[in-house]
Design a protein around this ligand. Structure first.
Ligand code: SF4
Length: 344
């Protein structure tokens, strides 16, 4: 029989599961779990008999770290095997100042199928539960202190909204992480953006726009057909009005595809009425990914610089994401490479 895992549960649910224990003992167990403890035996505040009893009845984690690889730039990628033998990936990213960010997955695979994304090419298996989302954070925070969280790993978070919101409650209320340090990245699910605005978790929102040319966007991101740009613009404006935060629009730059002058002009028109920063992300190479029969390619440095200038000339704030973790397939859009290798 599979033992129930305790890591990732909310404090309220842990109290429910361990209802025979006094509240202070449950809080002690929760704090050990939050520290990423590696065994019940290591929970040294607890009496030995209780540690043994917990070990007999429960497991610490529902996942197994089936692979761990590190890049020389500080990126660490974990492949986690879930109880049903599916696999996901969680990534620890390091910026130039040494700040660490956890990139968490919300689904096994992804149903959105953006043509430039490895995860999208894997198809969709299932949604993650909220403890499976929180557990990724606990695994990564046991490696080092984390400054930020991005919900930007495998899957479309707003297609798993209930588990996402429960995970956000654990991360913020139970684990004390500021909502301002959490960014949710969506491919532009209009209904989900509006629901998230109404639920008011207060996390930062990023939207992967890629291009504001409607025809090209529909070819690159099939989800755009059901979530057209005018409705997406209105939903983002609604989020901004409700949550009062600057939004991030992400544009994965694909060589010779969405870096034309007309793309810059379309982006300029799209952002009117929104307070945004545009994050330019040069596409990270993923062997085998094609667009309409032709291999995708990275944009040239010159191409990225020119596109950035075209946006800045329209008064749009722009940031550039420098490549992190590309050599271990831990960079944006590359998650799932290890999963497909190990399931092949
Ligand atoms: S970019 Fe995000 S939404 Fe698109 S297929 Fe990849 S994981 Fe899914």
């Amino acid at each position: 029989m599979i033992k129930r895992a305790l890591a990732g549960l909310s404090l309220a649910e842990l109290q429910n599961v361990l209802q025979t224990l006094p509240a202070f003992r449950v809080r002690q167990v929760f704090h050990w779990l939050a520290r990423g403890v590696s065994s019940f035996e290591a929970m040294t505040e607890l009496p030995v008999s209780l540690r043994q009893d917990l070990a007999n009845r429960f497991s610490l984690y529902s996942t197994i770290v089936s692979q761990r690889i590190e890049d020389s730039d500080g990126t660490v990628k974990l492949q986690l095997s879930l109880h049903d033998h599916t696999r996901i990936e969680a990534v620890l990213l390091s910026d130039g100042a040494g700040r660490k960010t956890a990139c968490l997955s919300t689904q096994v695979g992804c149903p959105v199928a953006c043509v430039f994304c490895k995860t999208g090419s894997l198809g969709f298996s299932r949604n993650l539960s909220y403890p499976e989302i929180v557990e990724q954070f606990l695994r990564l925070s046991s490696i080092t202190d984390l400054a930020n969280i991005v919900i930007m790993g495998m899957g479309e978070p707003l297609l798993n909204l209930e588990a996402l919101c429960s995970a956000l409650v654990v991360l913020t209320s139970d684990l004390g992480i500021s909502r301002r340090r959490i960014t949710i990245s969506t491919s532009g699910i209009v209904k989900g953006i509006r629901e998230l605005a109404d639920k008011g978790p207060g996390a930062r929102l990023a939207c992967s726009l890629t291009t504001a040319d409607p025809a090209l966007r529909e070819r690159l991101m099939p989800i755009a057909r059901a979530n057209p740009l005018p409705r997406l613009h209105d939903a983002l404006a609604y989020y901004q009005q409700k949550q009062g935060q600057r939004l991030t629009l992400e544009a994965v730059l694909l060589g010779n595809l969405n870096t034309r002058e007309t793309d810059a002009a379309a982006l300029g028109a799209f952002v009117r009425g929104l307070d945004v920063v545009i994050n330019l992300i040069p596409w990270n190479p993923i062997p085998g990914l094609c667009f309409e029969g032709k291999p995708l390619r990275e944009p040239r440095v010159r191409e990225v610089e020119r596109f950035s200038t075209l946006l800045e000339q329209q008064g749009i704030p722009v940031t550039r994401r420098f490549r992190k973790g590309a050599s271990i397939a831990g960079a944006c859009g590359q998650l799932g490479v290890m999963v497909s290798e190990t399931t092949a």
